[in-house]
Design a protein around this ligand. Structure first.
Ligand SMILES: [Zn+2]
Ligand SMILES: [Zn+2]
Length: 321
């Protein structure tokens, strides 16, 4: 498993960096959250959240939340493709977290519910290892009654995502084995030139051959582009990552703030700076994580190295420039 926080750590050299999990929705001086959080029972027990999904994510996300806090999840069919697609025919409007929140709000506005869920995946070269494909899935809960947003993510290299360009009638045996076909479905489109037709959700050799012939015939180079269909219902290796992200979100929602009782307690930042063993210069390694509440200002710093720990001089900008 890859932890994208590593990439975050490498990018952010100093100070407190937002890491993951909670967006404080309350600015200083804003109204404090409701008193329902003071109850012992989990505030979401027995409530309904709507999951905006077009691609069958309910069984991936609902069980973890129901089990962890008794939140009931109902799917609402909204056209989340309007917020961008993997095939690129509709561009994504913003960073994945924003897209996930926008999806959740789409479900909420469609149904009138105050609690909404959605997920959003980013599949591409791992930032730290560009030759490896990584899948990072975000699952978000938006609570408009209380004004909080809680999210978690999970990243994995165990994603099947591959592509090739072929002419009609070519032998695809090795590619199909690598692509995990037919459990993993495929997309076929013209390789160069025409952008249509696009055939999605291909799960049989007959469909595949016909789609390749049709797309190769209209491509200016005579080839068809064949690639993994990354939509959740078509890509079982992605489904597993979404389910893992949902497990993490469920754990986070179950964790409540010691100060105000709000759900969603967890890591919100990282502190960097471990002294070099030779010269004492602070090396950009995490020394502590900051846990926080999505609803109030309560924060707790949790060291991840002991005070005696020193960084390898090989990492030091002074000793090893
Ligand atoms: Zn040094
Ligand atoms: Zn709090």
């Amino acid at each position: 498993m890859v932890c994208y926080d590593r990439a975050v750590l490498q990018r952010r050299r100093t100070a407190e960096a937002p890491a993951c999990g909670a967006e404080p929705a309350y600015q200083a001086g804003a109204t404090r959250p409701s008193r329902r959080w003071e109850r012992a029972e989990h505030p979401y027990a027995g409530l309904v959240a709507v999951l905006a999904t077009k691609h069958g994510k309910l069984p991936l996300i609902a069980p973890a939340l129901e089990e962890a806090v008794g939140l009931r999840v109902e799917a609402v069919a909204v056209d989340t493709d309007s917020l961008g697609t993997f095939t690129g025919d509709i561009a994504r409007p913003g960073p994945p977290l924003e897209t996930a929140i926008a999806k959740a709000r789409l479900g909420m506005s469609t149904t009138g519910h105050a609690l909404g869920l959605a997920s959003e995946g980013s599949i591409g070269p791992d930032p730290a290892m560009p030759f490896v494909t990584a899948d990072r899935e975000i699952v978000v809960l938006v609570d408009d009654d209380s004004g909080i947003v809680v999210w978690e993510s999970h990243s994995s290299w165990d994603i099947v995502a591959t592509a090739t360009s072929v002419g009609a009638g070519c032998d695809l045996g090795a590619f199909l084995a690598k692509a995990g076909f037919p459990e993993h479905q495929l997309i076929v489109r013209p390789n160069v030139g025409a952008i249509r037709p696009i055939h999605k959700g291909i799960s049989s050799v007959e469909q595949l051959s016909a789609a390749i012939a049709e797309c190769a015939a209209v491509a200016t180079d005579g080839l068809a582009r064949v690639e993994t269909d990354l939509r959740a219902h078509a890509c079982p290796s992605r489904r597993a990552v979404i389910a893992a992200a949902a497990e993490r979100l469920a754990g986070r929602i179950a964790a409540r703030c010691a100060a105000c009782g709000a759900p969603g307690w967890g890591r919100v930042g990282v502190l960097f700076g471990v002294p070099c063993a030779w010269c004492g210069t602070e090396v950009a390694r995490p020394r502590a994580e900051i846990d926080g509440c999505p609803a109030c200002e309560h924060r707790v710093t949790r060291p991840v190295v002991s005070p005696e720990d020193r960084a390898d001089p090989g990492e030091c900008p002074h000793c090893n420039p």
